[in-house]
Design a protein around this ligand. Sequence first.
Ligand SMILES: Cc1cc2nc3c(=O)[nH]c(=O)nc-3n(C[C@H](O)[C@H](O)[C@H](O)COP(=O)(O)O)c2cc1C
Length: 178
Amino acid sequence: MQPFMSQKILAISGSLRAGSSNHAILRFLSTMAPESVSFNIYNNLVQIPPFDPGIDHELPPEAVVELRNLIKDPDGIIICTPEYAYGVPGQLKNALDWTVSTGSLVDKPLGLITASTGGENAHTALLLILGVLSANVLKDATMLISFIRSKMDGEENITDEKTRESLIAGFNALLNVL
Ligand SMILES: Cc1cc2nc3c(=O)[nH]c(=O)nc-3n(C[C@H](O)[C@H](O)[C@H](O)COP(=O)(O)O)c2cc1C
């Protein structure tokens, strides 16, 4: 029998790559979720079309409507992303642009994990972006994990104990406010 789900989390990875370390982090966190928490990893980022303010209100694309609903529904959000070319991955930024007009992220408790080779620039930029979207970014659930690939084995397991501990602590900080 399905246990009663009292809290819902939506997790979004900024990487579209098969074998992504950011996906692996989200899968790791999903295994840490208590039974009462529904942990949904968003898998449709690739389908979000380029942001067009001209069709934002009248005729938003289906994938955008789905994303907006998925963001509005849960109690908390986790964004876990790499950095590309010193910036936020384009497809993640594009998806966030679609949430501006609907205010889907306003006051939403959110943990930000930037897991990359370096990642400082994307992390800083995302904090600004999430600030303008009025998300409730939780400091204790937010972290930069540099050299992520060296903290994992070839089978997508996080092998660095300190990283595992930080991820669990951040996840618990998010769960505590839901
Ligand atoms: C085109 C490209 C550009 C990249 N640029 C950066 C960068 O500016 N900063 C950084 O920290 N890592 C950069 N990386 C490395 C990624 O952070 C690294 O591949 C990371 O593991 C990707 O995340 P994923 O494993 O979840 O796909 C870049 C990788 C690619 C493919």
